[in-house]
Write a protein that binds this ligand. Structure first.
Ligand code: GLU
Length: 275
C-alpha cells in the first residue's frame, strides 16, 4: 500500500471513529429507531393486545417519535410498569417513557422529563353497588389497592394516614382484586384517566364505577435519560407541535372519548422548559 493510500485509510478510519463516537456519546440517542416504555395493561392509555398497541400514550409517543425521525415501524414498545420506569431509563432499556408518568421532584433526581403533555387527577374506582365510599375521607376501615412507587399510593397515604393500602405491580392486578368474588379489596386508587379506561371495559360493565372527585394534580411527562437536554428539547417541541396541529385533541377523542372521559382544567398544558 502506498503512503498516500495509508494516509487516506487512516483519515477515513479516524473520521468513522469520530462519527461513531458522536453517535454513541454521552447524552446522544440514535433517533432512527427508538425503544419506548409504555403501559401494557391500561385501556385508553397504553394497552398491548397481542402485539397491537393502543392508547393516548401510544399516540403521543408515536407522534413524538415521528418528529424525531423514527417511523412507527421502528418503534420498539417495552412494558414500563410503574415501579420499574426510572430503572428502565437509567439502564438504557428504553429511550423514552410515555406511561401515565407524573413529573415530580423525587423522580427528577434520577430521570429528566419533557412536558407536561397531559394533566390528570387521582380518583377512586369502587364496586358499582358500593355507596359507602364517596371520597378519600371515607376510606377508613376499607381495603384500598394501588401500585408500588406510584404517586397515587404516596398521595393517599399522606391524605389518609393509616389507610389499609395494598400495593401491587400493576393496576390491572388491583382490578382483579376489586372484582373478585372474595372482594379482596374495596377500592382502587390512581389517575382518573386509567380508572375511566377500566370502567368502560365491557368485562366490567355494571360492576364498577369511578367516584368522580379528583383529589390531586398529575402532570404527565415524557421520561428520558437524566440531563439529556438536547433530546428533552426535541420532545418538548414535538409536544407543542402535537397540541398546535390538532393531533393532541384527536388523540384525546379517539382514546378517551369511548370512556366518556373529558380532560380537566389546564388541558392541553404548556410544556415546561427543559433543564
Ligand atoms: N401518574 C401516576 C404516577 O406516575 C399514577 C399512574 C401510574 O402509576 O402510572 O405514579
Amino acid at each position: 500500500m502506498s503512503l498516500k493510500k495509508i494516509g487516506a485509510t487512516v483519515a477515513a478510519t479516524a473520521l468513522a471513529l469520530s462519527l461513531s463516537a458522536c453517535g454513541g456519546g454521552a447524552g446522544s440517542t440514535n433517533l432512527s429507531a427508538l425503544k419506548i416504555g409504555i403501559k401494557f395493561d391500561q385501556p385508553g392509555m397504553g394497552l398491548n393486545e397481542g402485539g397491537k398497541y393502543t392508547g393516548f400514550d401510544v399516540d403521543v409517543a408515536t407522534y413524538i417519535a415521528g418528529k424525531l425521525g423514527t417511523p412507527a415501524d421502528k418503534i420498539q414498545w417495552v412494558q414500563a410498569a410503574t415501579p420499574q420506569r426510572e430503572t428502565l431509563i437509567e439502564n438504557g432499556s428504553v429511550d423514552l417513557v410515555v406511561a401515565t408518568y407524573s413529573i415530580n421532584d423525587t423522580r427528577k433526581q434520577r430521570v429528566s422529563f419533557a412536558g407536561p403533555y397531559f394533566i390528570a387527577g387521582q380518583d377512586l374506582l369502587i364496586r358499582a353497588d358500593d355507596t359507602s365510599i364517596t371520597g378519600p375521607e371515607s376510606l377508613k376501615g376499607k381495603k384500598l389497592c394501588s401500585v408500588a412507587n406510584s404517586t397515587s399510593a404516596q398521595n393517599v397515604e399522606k391524605k389518609v394516614p393509616g389507610v389499609n393500602l395494598q400495593n401491587f405491580n400493576t393496576y390491572s392486578e388491583c382490578m382483579t382484586a376489586l372484582t373478585s368474588s372474595t372482594k379482596a379489596v374495596d377500592a382502587l386508587t390512581t389517575d382518573d384517566t386509567i380508572l375511566a379506561g377500566y370502567a368502560s371495559q365491557a368485562a366490567y360493565a355494571g360492576k364498577v364505577k369511578v367516584v368522580g372527585k379528583p383529589f390531586s394534580t398529575e402532570n404527565y411527562g415524557v421520561g428520558l435519560k437524566k440531563g439529556n437536554v438536547d433530546l428533552c428539547n426535541k420532545v418538548t417541541a414535538a409536544i407543542n407541535e402535537m397540541i398546535k396541529d390538532g393531533s393532541w385533541e384527536k388523540a384525546v377523542q379517539a382514546n378517551l372519548g369511548p370512556a366518556n372521559y373529558k380532560p380537566g382544567p389546564g388541558n392541553p398544558p404548556t410544556p415546561a422548559a427543559c433543564s
